[in-house]
Design a protein around this ligand. Structure first.
Ligand SMILES: *Cc1c(COP(=O)(O)O)cnc(C)c1O
Ligand SMILES: [Zn+2]
Length: 435
């Protein structure tokens, strides 16, 4: 591929050729690798023309790449690919719900102008598809033979789907317990080899990283793979575009393995460098109080911390996040914050968000709970504009939703439960329940 892109270590700046990517994820010093593009060779330099090219591709959808909310930004994601090389399901191009649509949620948060970008409306129901199209496109191009991931569920669903498009076999490692049923069903249905590892997510990922060194042709598609983050940058670019390139004051997102928040930081700094936006939004990463290693580090002078994770928000149930260094960079370079919220706060926020008629899975709703907390303590202000990224679809975890509404979640008060009622088949009984 004739591009001016390369890999660069976030710790020591050591450079590696792009061709090493897809296989090599860490520098010899142990640091994470970034994909770095040389934007000085972009054929279009004027930011107004660049914006109109991105937009026109979305309107006219002339090519496979143009139809994708990731590849219509291709010059800034992974330049130099041919249209037939994209492994794509037309991911991205997700809705941005304005304050008029989430009225109950906005009242609950109480303050700023909130826009929710719903990444649960991607092909497999989570933002993971944005990263997956980039990582699997590169895996295929770099002669990968098998793709694999360790996953709390959504990465697995996305890997399984995109691998099926390529014909490459997929191996999925999930924790033996605690993966939401909607996500497991996707991996099985899409035909991935689904392996339950005795242990938690952190154990499954450690196993995969160790095994990969001994299996040539194996391509790991976790967010330690820097091509994933290149695809996920487009979440915020697309949101900026939907806001007429007026950057919001805050971007709030749930954080587990810290890949998405890190991708947002890179997207913001590149958008600033290219002149696409003129102010730097602050990133807020929200963790569950039971899975809060990054919050702990933020309180402790960024001393890295590892926890035994436990939360109902299974997609962020991660105790030893792999993208730690990149996430610190995203927070410090945007003057961001790290927030933690309890499972009670997450599920109450979810009940409110769901009742607006759109909904999201528990992990996504940590962002709503976190924003409410930021407003309560005065970190986010009433006259500010906030972009909340909702990460996953409501149907991913029906057990959590039904559990809440039937008040059967252990140790949680379900004060906003909308419990089903049972009646005899009589008009009398029917009338009684609607009055
Ligand atoms: C993966 C995922 C997250 C966490 O993203 P990270 O990049 O691991 O921080 C949050 N919510 C949902 C629904 C996810 O699938
Ligand atoms: Zn290094």
């Amino acid at each position: 591929m004739e591009t001016e892109s390369h890999l660069s270590c976030v710790r020591c700046n050591q450079k590696y050729p792009l061709a090493a990517g897809g296989v090599k994820f860490t520098c010899d010093c142990g640091g994470l690798l970034d994909v770095v593009h040389d934007f000085s060779v972009l054929p279009i330099q004027d930011e107004r023309i660049l914006k109109s090219v991105f937009m026109q591709r979305r309107w006219f959808q002339d090519t496979r790449g143009d139809k994708s909310g990731v590849w219509r930004f291709r010059e800034l994601v992974l330049p130099g690919l041919k249209d037939h090389e994209f492994v794509t399901r037309g991911e991205g191009n997700t809705r941005l719900y304005g304050p008029d649509l989430f009225t109950r949620t906005n009242r609950y948060i109480g303050g700023p102008h909130v826009y929710c970008k719903h990444e649960g409306e991607n092909p497999t129901g989570s933002f993971k598809d944005r990263g997956m199209t980039a990582a699997i496109t590169y895996a295929k191009r770099s002669a990968g033979r098998i793709v694999a991931c360790a996953s709390t569920g959504n990465t697995a669903a996305s890997v399984a789907s995109y691998a099926a498009l390529t014909g490459m076999p997929a191996v999925i490692l999930i924790p033996e317990k605690g993966v939401a049923i909607g996500k497991v069903s996707q991996s099985l249905a899409y035909g991935a080899k689904t392996v339950k590892v005795r242990g938690d997510f952190d154990a499954a990922l450690a196993l995969l990283l160790a095994a990969s060194e001994q299996i040539p042709g194996l391509r790991i598609l976790n967010s330690v793979n820097p091509f994933r983050l290149e695809g996920q940058k487009t979440i915020v670019w697309e949101a900026f575009e939907q806001l007429a390139w007026n950057a919001p004051d805050w971007i709030v997102v749930a954080a587990g393995n810290l890949g998405n928040g890190s991708a947002f930081g890179k997207a913001i700094s590149e958008a600033r460098a290219l002149g696409l936006i003129t102010k730097t939004p602050r990133i807020a990463m929200v963790q569950a109080a039971g899975a809060n290693p990054f919050w702990g580090a933020s309180q402790n002078g960024w001393r890295k911390c590892v926890v035994r994770a436990d939360t109902i928000a299974s997609a962020i149930k991660i105790g030893d996040p792999v993208n730690y260094d990149k996430a610190v960079r995203a927070i410090t370079s945007t003057d961001g914050v790290v927030v933690q919220v309890t499972d009670q706060e997450i599920m109450d926020a979810k009940a409110v968000l769901d009742s607006d008629g759109v909904g999201a899975e528990p992990s996504s709703c940590a962002a709503i709970a976190g924003l409410k907390k930021m407003v309560d303590v005065g970190v986010a202000k009433w006259n500010q504009t906030v972009l909340v990224v909702l990460t996953g679809h409501m149907l991913k975890d029906p057990d959590a939703t039904v559990g809440y509404h039937s008040s059967s979640l252990p140790n949680l008060a379900c004060s906003r439960a909308n419990a089903p009622v049972t009646i005899d088949p009589t008009v009398e009984a029917f009338k009684k329940i609607i009055t």
